[in-house]
Design a protein around this ligand. Structure first.
Ligand code: FAD
Length: 347
């Protein structure tokens, strides 16, 4: 087993950018990702338009994810998909053993934990028999907006994802109904305002009580909404979209034999450079906690660059601790010529 300079746990935005930046800093890198695909949480919003990454024109989640992966693989890191990390151990010689669920021990001189909220799955609808509609018209993510064109969509939830989708689908679906168990919505003010001025049918203080199937029993035809003690209200629907948040599994950190310090938010306590209480273990992205931590894509990139710079000086104490800009990289210099040639040809 090759000993890598750095093993990045998690192939989401922070992990992919850490892999890219490790390449910039000349480190041999490995990414370990529990899912079958890279991209982290961005996989959950392929159709959403992303507006808030500096210098990046509005782009769909899927477009963004593809660019992110291409950038993350620039320096050919080793990528291990469908591999879940269960523990991290430190040997007496300082080498880390990253232990996978399959029982492999991956050797590394340092580790960057970029595991986000952990292994993430959407919170399922707690209604009898709901699972059987997951292959037809019960959705937890929007894979394609076309599915909802000219349809009646009932969205369950009152947070950012539910409100964003309600607003996005308003111009696409025939009708959008929002069922929210509270009397207020917990989302960005501008999105809530947009929703309140829209034609979206807001059913406050309601929750899904029953899914009523068609004759074949394969499609949801109606939804019964519970409203306090009142008798159920029946709504005709073509699709149901549930945005009740996510279940997160970060057990490997809490139970790690290394004794990583965790914050009250169940995140890794680190300084702004991603340094944890264990020398040689660094962290980046949503999994880390410090004052000023920003759980956004832009925040993940800065964390990743900081963590990799900290890795570099941990491995090579005389190395430059400061940021390296891309103009100083020989590999880019060679590729720039190629890119400029292509750009000139396409004009
Ligand atoms: C619906 C939604 C919309 C959003 N919209 C925006 C937006 O418009 N703009 C914005 O800036 N941000 C947005 N965000 C937030 C943004 O997606 C996150 O801040 C970002 O994904 C964090 O990246 P990360 O790499 O830290 O974590 P993640 O994206 O969570 O990636 C972590 C990766 O680690 C893997 N992993 C976890 N545990 C293990 C393990 N034990 N072994 C191996 N792999 C493991 C996971 O499978 C995952 O792939 C949105 C988030 C959601 C949920």
């Amino acid at each position: 087993m090759t000993i890598k300079d750095v093993t990045v746990i998690g192939g989401g935005p922070a992990g992919l950018y850490a892999a890219f930046y490790s390449g910039v800093r000349g480190l041999q890198t490995r990414i370990v990702e529990s899912q079958a695909e890279l991209g982290g949480k961005v996989r959950l919003y392929p159709e959403k338009m992303i507006w808030d990454v500096g210098g990046v024109p509005p782009v769909t989640g899927e477009g963004f994810r593809k660019n992110l992966i291409a950038q993350g693989l620039t320096f050919d890191p080793e990528v291990m998909l469908q591999t879940t990390v269960e523990d991290i151990k430190k040997r007496e010689d300082g080498i880390f053993e990253v232990i996978t669920a399959e029982g492999e021990s991956l050797l590394s001189r340092s580790v960057v934990i970029a595991a986000g909220g952990g292994i993430i799955t959407p919170q399922r609808l707690e209604v009898e028999g709901a699972e059987r509609f997951e292959i037809t018209n019960l959705h937890y993510t929007v894979q394609s907006l076309k599915t909802f064109k000219d349809k009646t969509v009932l969205i369950s939830g009152g947070g950012n994802a539910a409100i964003d989708w309600a607003n996005e689908l308003e111009g696409i679906a025939k009708n959008v109904i929002l069922s929210c168990r509270n009397e207020t919505l917990k989302a960005h003010e501008s999105e809530v305002e947009k929703l309140m001025c829209s034609t979206i049918d807001c059913q406050f203080l309601t929750s899904i009580q029953r899914l009523i199937a068609d004759e074949e029993g394969t499609l949801i035809k109606q939804v019964e909404l519970k409203c306090g003690e009142e008798a159920g209200k029946i709504m005709e629907v073509d699709h149901v979209l549930v945005n009740h948040g996510y279940e997160r599994e970060l057990a490997f950190l809490k139970e790690s034999s290394l004794g990583l310090e965790m914050s009250e938010h169940q995140r890794i306590t680190a300084d702004a450079n991603g340094k944890t209480n264990i020398p040689g273990i660094f962290t980046a992205g949503d999994v880390m906690d410090h004052e000023g931590k920003l759980n956004l894509l832009a925040g993940a990139f800065q964390d990743a660059a900081n963590a990799v710079n900290a890795v570099k000086t941990y491995l090579e104490p005389d190395a430059n601790a400061k940021a390296m800009v891309s103009s100083h990289n020989e590999i880019f210099a060679a590729r720039n010529k190629q890119l400029k040639k292509q750009a000139a040809l396409s004009h």
